[in-house]
Each structure stands twice: as C-alpha cells, then as structure tokens.
Ligand binder design. Structure first.
Ligand SMILES: Nc1ncnc2c1ncn2[C@@H]1O[C@H](COP(=O)(O)OP(=O)(O)OP(=O)(O)O)[C@@H](O)[C@H]1O
Ligand SMILES: [Mg+2]
Length: 244
C-alpha cells in the first residue's frame, strides 16, 4: 500500500527526517511513536505532499507520489487527520462533512458516505446541526476523523489521536478505529501515548531525531526493555514477571 525508502525531508533550511524507510500493507494498523520533535508530523506531512522529500522514494499503491501535490495524493486515496484537528469551527457538523466529501471523485457518493459515517459516530448524527467549534474535544476529534473518511481514503493517517482527551473518550475513539479497520482500510496512527499505540498497532515504528530507531510488532515493541525504559518510564519487566 505505502512504501517509503531512504527518505529525507524537512523545511527550507531545516533537515528533519533522515533515511526514513517504512511500509504499510493492506489493512494494517501502523503505529508511529516518538517524543516531541522526533519528526512524526513531518513524516505525515511529507507523505501527504504538504512538503516534499529532498531524497528517497515514496510509493503509494505502486505509484511514485514524492513530487505530487496534496490534492493529487488525496485523490489517489490517502487521507490525513491533522494534529490539532483543523475543523471549520464556524460550520456545522454536516457542513464539515460535506466539505470532506466535496471533491469531484467523492461527490457522487457523498450522501451514502455520510450515512455510513453517522452510523459509525452516532453522536455526530445527533448533533449534526451544531457548530464544530462548540463540540467537546472528543467530539471534535471524531468529526475530524469522520471528515477524512468522507474522502473515501484507502489509507488514513491520524496525527495525535488522543491528545488532550479523557481516557474514556480515547477508548471510544480507538473502538471506532477498530471498526474502520475492518472496513478495508489501512491506518497510520501517530501517538504520544506509547502504551496505547503499541497495544493497538499491528506493527509500529519508533522515531527519534528524525530517524526510525526501532520497528516491529506493536506488542513485541511493548515488551522491549529498552523502549519501556526510555519512552514509558516503566521499569523493565523482570524475568519472573515475563514468565521466563
Ligand atoms: N514549519 C517548520 N519549519 C521549520 N522547522 C519545523 C517546522 N515544523 C516542524 N519543524 C521542526 O521539525 C522537527 C520535527 O517536528 P515535528 O512536528 O515533525 O515533530 P513531532 O514528532 O510531530 O513532535 P510532536 O510530538 O511535538 O508533535 C522539530 O525540530 C521542529 O522544530
Ligand atoms: Mg507532531
């Protein structure tokens, strides 16, 4: 689905990503974790064509997308939910969703898609005439995800899924993501909450200073002593605890 090889990227005079290689298969959930400033958002922005790589390859479903613009990339079936959500706060839920499904490619399916999205997020249906800016943080995150789904992506990337949300809200959003996954979609999920992310992801990548420093199965990385120690401030499991 997505294949990145030895990719470098950054901003004007600020190189950020170095030698990043990553892949995501069909229907996989990929987690990307790492501390503040590691380059996670920069990675998603580069994939989405908001900035362009200075070296290396990005292929989506076999097509080289490294030099394409965001609209073209989105038309190919890639979607991004931004960190901070970026909703149209002065517009209602329905209006936000209409915009999300408003491209030439998706317009014909917009009504059906909205019904689907409302099934997935009943709370958004209940409040469909409410302004996005007046929704709670959790509802706004749901709307941001729902708006991206209106673009019928094959691969959806979500930046900072749980940021600023209460644990119960986070739980319900992750339940939703599990449903989405079953609907034939690949997910790339960026999270500050490493424990949550690694538990949820099929595979995950750990970033540090613009590089991928570890990769593996989500649960496998969760058991990794180095990672537990460094990123979670949790003491490594003793041999007895691990049942060794
Ligand atoms: N527009 C920009 N111009 C210049 N440098 C930037 C820009 N945006 C981000 N950076 C720099 O790129 C590096 C990586 O930032 P990025 O936002 O990708 O990190 P992140 O892993 O998403 O962090 P966080 O967890 O805080 O969201 C940081 O050093 C940051 O200062
Ligand atoms: Mg970020």
């Amino acid at each position: 689905m997505l294949k990145i090889e030895n990719m470098h990227s950054g901003y004007k005079d600020v190189p950020v990503l170095r030698e990043v290689s990553l892949f995501a298969g069909e229907n996989e959930i990929i987690g990307v974790v790492g501390s503040n400033g590691a380059g996670k958002t920069t990675l998603l922005k580069t994939i989405m064509g908001l900035i362009h790589p200075t070296a290396g390859k990005i292929e989506f479903r076999g097509e080289d997308i490294a030099s394409l613009g965001t609209h073209q990339i989105s038309d190919l079936g890639l979607g991004l939910v931004f960190e901070g959500r970026r909703l149209f706060t002065g517009m209602t839920i329905v209006e936000n969703l209409m915009v999300g499904g408003g491209t030439k490619r998706t317009k014909p399916y917009r009504r059906d898609k909205m019904a689907e999205v409302f099934d997935l997020f009943p709370i958004l249906k209940e409040r469909r005439k409410q302004l996005a800016g007046s929704l709670s943080g959790g509802e706004q995150q749901m709307l941001a995800i729902a708006r991206s789904l209106m673009g019928c992506p094959k691969l959806l990337m979500i930046d900072e899924v749980s940021l600023g949300l209460a644990p119960r809200v986070v739980e319900s959003i992750y339940e939703m993501l599990n449903v989405i996954k079953k609907a034939d979609m690949t997910l790339i999920v960026v999270e500050q909450n490493i424990n949550l992310c690694l538990n949820f992801a099929d595979r995950a990548y750990v970033m540090e200073n613009g590089r991928i420093v570890a990769e593996g199965g989500g649960k496998e990385l969760l058991q990794d002593r180095g990672i537990r120690d460094k990123y979670m401030g949790i003491k490594p499991l003793s041999d007895a605890e691990r049942g060794a």
